[in-house]
Design a protein around this ligand. Structure first.
Ligand SMILES: Nc1ncnc2[nH]cnc12
Ligand SMILES: [Zn+2]
Length: 328
């Protein structure tokens, strides 16, 4: 049982956290037909491409700042109820713009939800701007330039998600230079749909402190050692990896091999209802399926807090909470 363990999450896409029932209610509110993407209380997709189509549909039924505030508040409330003290939400202003919501209103709505959740539960949250890789290098560059200028105390990082098989990391290096210069934390999806070369490219060209997934680095032992030596933190999402068939089953999932190799890892849900998971479920899987002890799981939570894109005062306070719980 892991319900008593304190938790932290670095990798969850906010639109990907929308429960199917909420998506249905939103679709009804705007008179949108959802039958192609939601059925029997679950999302309909078969592979990564149709997953992204379904994700885009879900995002399209959130249309106002208030819709996004309610979504963020609901997800953070669920996390807090599972003993989670810190969350980083990946947010994608491109999805807001696609339905006519300005980036300012998109982030403003989410921030209102984040603050309401903190008020009610004490959960701390920061937001990470996403550039969508499959929208192309120009789009990610434009998003990076916007993020570099957009100053908001709750927006602390930049990530690139989306279709990893499109373009090369080099095509996006300039975007990451811009956000690095602006002082944002940097993480990038790599080594999920593509192999070790993609993680190596990310290390060489983007120099992230964290990597979203990164799990296919396991295909190259020298790269695993490089990750351990650099101290790069992997945002591992085991349930997502199994659902998207990155690995056929948990026995072949490399989470434990990364830990044994000294790579810093964290536990995350990615897009929880799409993958029939939750952060609480990922902690349970770490214990029951991977066989990690409470102490090993607490070490992953500590790693998440150490790698979080927060100011040092907040980090210290979060680490103190975890330490107190660990002793308790
Ligand atoms: N697992 C994932 N990989 C890449 N892009 C995503 N966007 C939402 N979920 C994603
Ligand atoms: Zn992701």
């Amino acid at each position: 049982m892991t319900s008593h363990l304190m938790k932290a999450e670095l990798h969850c896409h906010v639109e990907g956290a929308a429960p199917p029932a909420l998506t249905l209610a939103q679709a009804e509110k705007y008179g949108i037909d959802s039958t192609k993407f939601v059925r029997d209380g679950g999302y309909l997709w078969q592979d990564f491409t149709s997953f992204i189509d379904c994700y885009d549909f879900v995002a399209s039924v959130f249309r106002t700042a208030e819709d996004y505030a309610a979504l963020a508040e609901a997800y953070l409330g669920e996390l807090a109820a599972a003993n989670t003290i810190y969350s980083e939400l990946f947010i994608s202003p491109d999805h807001g713009e696609a339905v006519g919501l300005s980036p300012d209103d998109y982030v403003g709505g989410l921030a209102a939800g984040v603050m309401a959740a903190r008020e009610k539960t004490g959960i701390e949250c920061r937001m990470i701007i996403i550039g969508e890789r499959h929208l192309g290098p120009e789009s990610v560059l434009r998003r990076a330039e916007w993020a570099a200028k957009f100053e908001h105390p709750l927006v602390t990082g930049f990530n690139m998600a989306g279709e990893e098989r499109m373009h090369r990391v080099a095509d996006y290096a300039r975007a990451f230079d811009i956000v690095r210069e602006a002082g944002l934390g940097i993480t990038i999806h790599a080594g999920e749909l593509c192999g070790a070369f993609s993680v190596a490219d990310a290390l060489d060209l983007v120099r992230p402190s964290r990597i979203g997934h990164g799990v296919r680095a396991i295909e190259d032992p020298d790269l695993v050692k490089r990750l351990a030596d650099l101290g790069t933190v992997l945002e591992v999402c085991p349930g997502s990896n199994i659902s998207l068939k990155v690995f056929p089953d948990y026995e072949s999932h490399p989470l434990r091999r990364f830990v044994e190799a000294g790579v810093r890892v964290t536990l995350n849900s990615d897009d929880p209802p799409f993958f029939h998971t939750s952060l609480a479920q990922e902690y349970e899987t770490a214990s029951k399926v991977f066989g990690f002890s409470d102490a090993e799981i607490n070490a992953m939570t500590r790693t998440a807090l150490e790698a979080a894109f927060v100011d040092e005062v907040t980090r210290k306070s979060l680490l103190a909470k975890l330490l107190a719980a660990d002793w308790g």
